[in-house]
Every structure is written in C-alpha cells, then in structure tokens.
Design a protein around this ligand. Structure first.
Ligand code: SF4
Length: 104
C-alpha cells in the first residue's frame, strides 16, 4: 500500500479499541471475550505500544483489507463496511459454550 493509501486506510479507524479485546475461535467462529489486551489504555481506547505492537505483543496483527475480511473485527467497524456476508464475531459466553458442548 502507498503512504497515501496507508494513511487513508488507517484514517478509517475510530480508535474505539474494541478490537483490542482477546478473541477465541470456537468451531470456526471468532468470539470476543471481555478481557482487554494488556497494552490497551481502556480510558483512551488506544494501544500504548502502537508503533511497535507487532513486536511487543505477539499475536497482534496490522489490519489490512485481507485480514479485515477474516471476521476478527466488530461488524460496525469501518474497516469491514461494505463486506458482503461479513462473518462478524460473536460475544463469548462460557455458559452457552458449556450447554452446546453437553448437547453435542
Ligand atoms: S474496532 Fe475498528 S474502529 Fe475500533 S479500534 Fe478496532 S479497527 Fe479501529
């Protein structure tokens, strides 16, 4: 991506910080937990190590258009606007998982 395109892309982010919560993948579906990343400043919604996040926080990935399509961002995130059939993550509910596991 060119520098201008990169800035335009980064400018879409609302800095809400919601994607900075731990996620789980269960039976092919991504779920958000209520556990924030240790590097997230919950008051500002900003990452405290943003320029070095990929190095200092293993597992953190730079959001690209390809990654945005994978279903790891909230469905109202501007990065996923217009993606048809976007596989939006769910909210992790431990009780629900246990009951599904018992049935299945
Ligand atoms: S959920 Fe979307 S808008 Fe909010 S911080 Fe993450 S990328 Fe930015």
């Amino acid at each position: 991506m060119s520098i201008d395109k990169d800035k335009e892309w980064e400018g879409k982010c609302l800095r809400c910080g919601r994607c900075c919560y731990e996620k789980l993948e269960y039976q092919g579906q991504v779920y958000y937990t209520d556990v924030p990343c240790e590097k997230l400043d919950r008051r500002s919604g900003l990452c405290t190590v943003y320029p070095q996040r990929e190095k200092l926080r293993p597992g953190c990935v730079k959001i690209t258009p390809e990654i945005a399509r994978r279903g790891i961002l909230p469905e109202d995130c501007p990065y996923v606007e217009g993606i048809i059939d976007y596989p939006a993550p769910g909210a992790w509910d431990e009780k629900q998982r246990r009951s599904r596991t018992r049935r299945g």
